[in-house]
Ligand binder design. Structure first.
Ligand code: SF4
Length: 342
């Protein structure tokens, strides 16, 4: 796999190789080794795209601003909104003629996982369909696409591995997203995430902290830990660090002035998280705690694993913190706007 990338990078580094070619062929050569990546959806998707971009750049690809300038077009999709699949197929329709220009088109993310191989029937100009639980296999999948395979898939979401990259391309120079847990093991009746992102997999705490120290060395001052249910974090290493301990240790990393986390699940929001926030000023006094419904009957129908009174107990616990803390609950927005966040 490495060789196929190396060859292309060398060709790019040698512009003379395309001098004698016709303009169309020269344009194709120029686009080779370049990618355009468009992202839809949540912060998890945005950060996945940063990691995918880093992975491509570590292999010699260059990111470009338009699909026209790219040899590889990636579309990282979200299925949380209504009619998401129709929107994706509508966007793919815009790429219909591009495969004939030698471009390769890849569909990533939740719609890719949800629609699977049907995408090839509806949009035969797509070469790669890959869900987020298979991103760790992207180098080998891309190598197949580069080798000319037409219908390459990464749709296995029964995994215990996380998406680790040697390089991540971050757009913001101060605040870094850092995924600590992928997937979800809850089974809320209305949600596709357990199917599209696979089971819960937590990253090794040592790797998370090592990455955070590197970010601080690069000048980042703020980190946002990400996870579909970020506070369900379960360190797979022998250290078995709790989520609250991870927050506290992150807050101690020299240079890191703010530690945020999103999204928290009410069931797993425990007192030790509040205690860590009280003890470490660098942990921002802001909690995103989706309520979903104020009715226990509806919460049960949603299979949310907590009742109205249990949710309110969590709110009372947060309100009991020494630091005034802002609570964002989705429905109805901010529950309590207190001292400035962070
Ligand atoms: S906890 Fe969140 S991500 Fe998991 S199934 Fe429920 S709504 Fe979906």
């Amino acid at each position: 796999m490495g060789n196929s990338f190396d060859i292309r990078v060398e060709a790019l580094a040698n512009p003379a190789a395309s001098v004698a070619k016709a303009p169309a062929a020269a344009a194709q050569d120029a686009a080779r080794g370049t990618f355009f990546l468009e992202t839809f959806g949540c912060q998890m998707n945005e950060h996945d795209s940063e990691k995918v971009a880093g992975l491509l750049m570590a292999r010699g690809y260059q990111q470009v601003e338009t699909p026209e300038a790219a040899g590889l077009i990636l579309y990282n999709t979200c299925s949380i909104r209504e009619k998401a699949a129709q929107k994706v197929f509508s966007r793919l329709g815009e790429y219909r003629g591009l495969k004939g220009d030698g471009k390769r088109i890849a569909l990533l993310g939740c719609v890719a996982q949800q629609e699977g191989e049907d995408i090839f029937s509806r949009a035969p100009w797509v070469s790669l369909v890959c869900g987020s639980a298979s991103y760790r296999k992207l180098p080998e999948l891309l190598a197949k696409v580069e080798a000319g395979e037409q219908r390459v898939t990464g749709l296995d979401n029964d995994t215990d591995e996380t998406f680790e990259t040697e390089m991540t391309r971050r757009d913001n120079p101060w605040r870094a997203y850092l995924t600590i847990i992928e997937g979800c093991d809850k089974a809320c009746a209305y949600c596709v995430v357990p199917f599209t992102r696979g089971p819960e997999r937590s990253r090794d705490s040592a790797r998370i902290l090592q990455e955070l120290k590197q970010l601080a060395d690069f000048g980042y001052t703020e980190v946002q830990f990400l996870g579909q249910t970020v506070n369900s974090y379960a360190d797979p290493s022998p250290r078995k660090m709790r989520f609250s301990e991870l927050l506290a240790e992150a807050a101690q990393v020299p240079g890191i002035r703010r530690v945020r986390f999103t999204t928290s699940h009410p069931r797993d929001f425990t007192l030790d998280i509040i205690e860590a926030m009280d003890a470490e000023p660098a942990i921002c006094n802001h909690v995103h705690l989706p309520v979903q419904s104020g009715s226990t009957r509806v919460l049960r129908a949603m299979e949310r694993t907590y009742s109205r009174s249990e949710y309110l107990e969590k709110i009372a616990m947060i309100r009991g913190a020494k630091r005034r803390t802002a609570i964002w609950r989705n429905r109805g927005g901010l529950l309590r706007d207190a001292s400035p966040v962070g």
